[in-house]
Design a protein around this ligand. Structure first.
Ligand SMILES: [Zn+2]
Length: 147
């Protein structure tokens, strides 16, 4: 019978050495595993400076966010900004309950600020998208502007 020694060597156990970034030495160095949880190292010790630390599996962000490396830009689609951009040329209408609005009208609301009408709800309501959230407002709708 053959024993695969290579397999036995790659299996982590207490006493095994693994490469890990030592924050004290500021280098990736051999660490000895001193405690395991299941098949994962839990506590390790730097072979160089003898500092003990908890083992954490490397996260993708650790690799990306190394000092000097450019941070990834996370662009989130901003529905409000997009809507406002679409209707940039429109003069905002001041919100009043007796004012009539239609879809894509830009509204200036005294307490919620700028908004864009995204839905007409007959007979007397519109849904307006504001920076923080959309709100249903009372207003006058004339039947001709239905979309
Ligand atoms: Zn160290």
């Amino acid at each position: 019978m053959f024993y695969n020694k290579q397999m036995a060597l790659t299996k982590l156990a207490v006493g095994s050495d693994i490469k890990y970034l030592c924050s004290k030495c500021n280098l990736e160095l051999s660490h000895t595993i001193i405690a395991m949880i299941g098949s994962e190292p839990a506590r390790i010790r730097c072979n160089t400076c003898r500092t003990e630390r908890n083992y954490r599996r490397k996260k993708v962000t650790d690799l990306i966010l190394r000092p000097g490396a450019p941070r990834p830009k996370i662009m989130r689609p901003d529905m409000f900004q997009a809507k406002l951009q679409e209707n940039l040329m429109k003069t905002p209408k001041t919100y009043r309950i007796d004012q009539s609005f239609e879809v894509n009208d830009v509204i200036q609301h005294p307490s919620f600020g700028k908004g864009v009408v995204i839905k007409a709800m007959f007979p007397d309501r519109v849904e307006v998208l504001f920076q923080d959230q959309s709100r249903v407002l009372m207003c006058k709708l004339d039947g001709t502007s239905a979309e």
